[in-house]
Design a protein around this ligand. Structure first.
Ligand code: MSP
Length: 683
């Protein structure tokens, strides 16, 4: 029997900077969906990729003194590496600079132009006209279609004036057909429902035509037959969903069998800010070319960092690598990936905005993963090891407290969990799975098998309790696998299961599947508990390495280490910055007035430093190298225009420059041999 197909996509990521936790959010969620759908029996194609054209790429490359091609090559590798680290099982990766993508975009427009030939000029989907408008190069967004000055509604920066001949797409002619599309299939084209309503009312209030090419830009796909023009980023970018699965072959572009099989997409998963492009432009582009439309678009919320959208240019970012590697190294096991995935899906109601907090992540890990699932697995497996000779015992219904367990694991309840997954209510699905975990815990607490483990008269009961618990663990492993794949695979092996967990069916999973007599694997902690402070500091130190490559964590001030004050768009280690970039950093001579230790922070000192016109409080990570009393009167170099940052309840308002010596990165403060007044500029 052939499996039903399921095609899902993430947006393709701008390749102008490295991905942060917010960007990884979409990909992680899609990975959960892809894994889950496979376990439901679907043949899944999952596309991700990099968006490599446009002004923002050109500008980023120019700033770093390299070519756009070099920049995107370098950054694309960072994405690939990250997805590998995060265990993302995508099946297709598309880059918009690939030749096959040029072909796909040009074929899409050619199809449209050919269909246009049958129409009178005023009805043609594509036409050439003068474009004048304001455009935000950072967000790739038309801010307004008039030449008057305007600020970008996303980033607030002034938008640039664009005035040139472009190709236009007659979006205004698609209003009716789009509204009809939104009314089909019970109005689920866009999810969640409130987003569908937003889109409907946007389209209902009238649509303007959009420019789909640019003359001023060089870095893009040439327009067929008019090489002065390149495709504008959204027409180019959206087509990548089809390029990935083979669109662009044959005259009509749809000759590739994989394209025939997987198109249309079942789901485009996106963040809420790019909904208009996906729910309005994209179906219209496809209608004009006579291609099938995607079945659904889901717009999730943003992951906020201190209530603002994470953005490298604002400096308020967290990166996934330090979280994963930091957890792994503190726990001494491969747990970081699961910790991040579980946290992202459990903490936030999917579709709404959520807040990212390192503290909350560690707390969730310890509470739900280490004390919850991890603890249950090691208790059950250790008892089977100790009391049953390491072999799965026989089921037995002598146990007295089974009712609740049986009720929780009945088919209706398990179907309820599947329903939550199917509706992308990940947080609720996980809550319900963890209720299963809690039920098994309670069962053990009530039965207390350890109290009668040595009593031969109760051996049947002992076996029954341990069978029930291990069998429950099996069910939980299958249900939770898509979210926490590493740990559930380890539990699976420890239960003595040999076949691959990812090929199990979530549809048919139920009690009683565990085979008695199976020899279990060696019980090992799947989620070792981590010390909150240690984990937080380790992650923070690793984050610092990403923000300021080459600088040792100990030498940095906590303000930089904690992130809010990181320099905007820090270039890669080998890139050059311009004098203008350097001039953005304000450096002044400071004289230390007082310094003291901070309770509970062994690396930090609270330093009061005179910078000429004021005395600033700076928290500096130098306590391991300097006694507070030795600092008083010392002349130091202070970065005075860093955004303030709170650490351990105290505000740090600047940063002291220090060299980083030896393998431990011992901080050595920058100072002056000559006499110099506090407040003097350093440049
Ligand atoms: N290149 C376009 C998409 C073209 S799709 C044909 C783009 N790229 S992006 O890199 O800016 O964003 C990629 C995805 O990451 C989007 O879904 C975006 O919403 C998501 N996120 C980026 N920052 C985010 C958060 N802070 N929180 C959640 N997701 C956000 O847009």
């Amino acid at each position: 029997m052939t499996k039903p197909k399921y095609y899902l996509t993430t947006p393709i990521y701008y390749a102008n900077s490295r991905p942060h936790v917010g960007s990884a959010y979409t990909t992680i969620v899609c990975d959960v969906i892809a894994r889950y759908k496979r376990m439901c029996g679907y043949d899944v194609a999952y596309t991700t990729g990099t968006d490599e054209h446009g002004v923002n790429i050109e500008r980023a490359a120019e700033k770093q003194g390299i070519s756009p091609a070099e920049l995107v090559d370098r950054n694309q590798k960072i994405f690939i590496e990250l997805w590998k680290l995060l265990g993302i099982q995508y099946t297709h990766f598309v880059r918009t600079t690939e030749t096959r993508h040029d072909r796909a975009v040009q074929t899409l427009v050619r199809r449209t132009l050919e269909r246009d030939k049958a129409l009178p000029a005023h009805q043609r989907a594509i036409y050439k006209a003068k474009y004048e408008g304001r455009y935000c190069i950072y967000d790739n967004l038309y801010v307004s279609d008039t030449p008057e000055p305007a600020d970008c509604q996303i980033c607030g920066r002034p938008a640039e004036l664009i005035s040139e001949e472009n190709y236009f797409f007659r979006l205004s002619a698609f209003q009716q057909r789009l509204l009809e599309l939104y009314d089909q299939n019970s109005g689920k084209f866009v999810q969640p429902d409130f987003r569908m309503n937003e889109v409907r009312s946007f389209v209902g209030s009238g649509l303007k035509d959009v420019s789909i090419s640019r003359k001023a830009i060089k870095w893009g796909i040439p327009w067929p037959g008019d090489p002065e023009q390149v495709f504008y980023v959204w027409y180019d970018a959206l087509t990548s969903y089809m390029t990935a699965i083979g669109f662009g072959e044959g005259h009509e572009g749809d000759a590739n069998p994989e394209f025939k099989k997987f198109w249309p997409a079942d789901l485009h998963m996106i963040g809420k800010e790019i909904i208009r492009f996906h729910a309005v432009y994209w179906p219209a582009f496809l209608m004009a070319a006579g291609l099938d439309l995607p079945k659904q678009i889901f717009a999730h919320g943003w992951l906020l960092f201190e209530q603002e959208k994470m953005s490298k240019s604002k400096g308020n970012v967290a990166y996934p690598e330090p979280i994963v590697k930091g957890f792994d190294s503190v726990a001494g096991a491969k747990v970081g990936n699961d910790a991040l995935r579980y946290y992202l899906l459990r903490e936030t109601v999917f579709g709404q905005d959520g807040n990212f907090s390192r503290e909350a992540l560690i707390t969730r890990y310890n509470a739900d993963l280490a004390n919850g699932l991890g603890n249950l697995a090691s208790r059950v497996l250790t008892m089977i090891q100790n009391y049953c000779g390491g072999v799965i015992p026989k089921p037995n219904d002598d146990a007295k407290n089974r009712e609740k367990l049986l009720a929780r694991f009945d088919t209706g309840n398990l179907a309820g969990i599947r329903g939550e997954f199917a509706a992308f209510n990940f947080s609720r699905a996980l809550e319900l799975i963890w209720e299963l975990v809690a039920t098994v815990d309670q069962y053990l607490v009530l039965e207390k098998p350890w109290e009668f483990a040595q009593d031969p008269n109760q051996h049947g009961r002992l076996e029954g309790v341990l069978y029930d618990s291990a069998d429950a663990l099996r069910v939980v492993s299958v249900l939770a696998h898509a979210v926490v794949p590493d740990a559930t695979s380890r539990i699976w092996k420890q239960l003595g299961e040999n076949q691959s967990l990812q090929h199990e069916s979530v549809q048919t999973i139920g009690r009683g599947g565990l085979k008695p007599g199976t020899r279990i694997g060696k019980p090992e902690a799947v989620f070792p508990r981590v010390d909150k402070k240690e984990a937080s500091e380790r992650i923070e130190a690793m984050e610092q390495e990403i923000r300021n490559p080459g600088s040792a964590p100990a030498a940095a001030t906590p303000s930089a280490a904690a992130g809010s004050a990181a320099p905007a768009a820090a270039p890669a280690a080998d890139a050059k910055i311009t004098i203008d970039d350097f001039a953005k950093v304000e450096l002044r001579v400071g004289v230390v007035k007082s310094a003291e230790r901070i309770q509970g922070a062994d690396k930090l000192l609270k330093v009061m430093v005179d910078i000429g016109d004021e005395v600033r409080q700076v928290l500096a990570g130098i306590a391991t190298a300097y006694a507070p009393e030795d600092l008083v009167g010392r002349k130091v170099v202070v970065v005075t225009n860093l955004a303030p940052r709170k650490m351990r309840g105290l505000e740090s308002n600047g940063m002291l420059l220090a060299a980083s010596a030896g393998p431990d990165g011992k901080p050595v403060l920058c100072t002056f041999a000559e006499d110099i007044a506090a407040g003097s500029k350093v440049k």
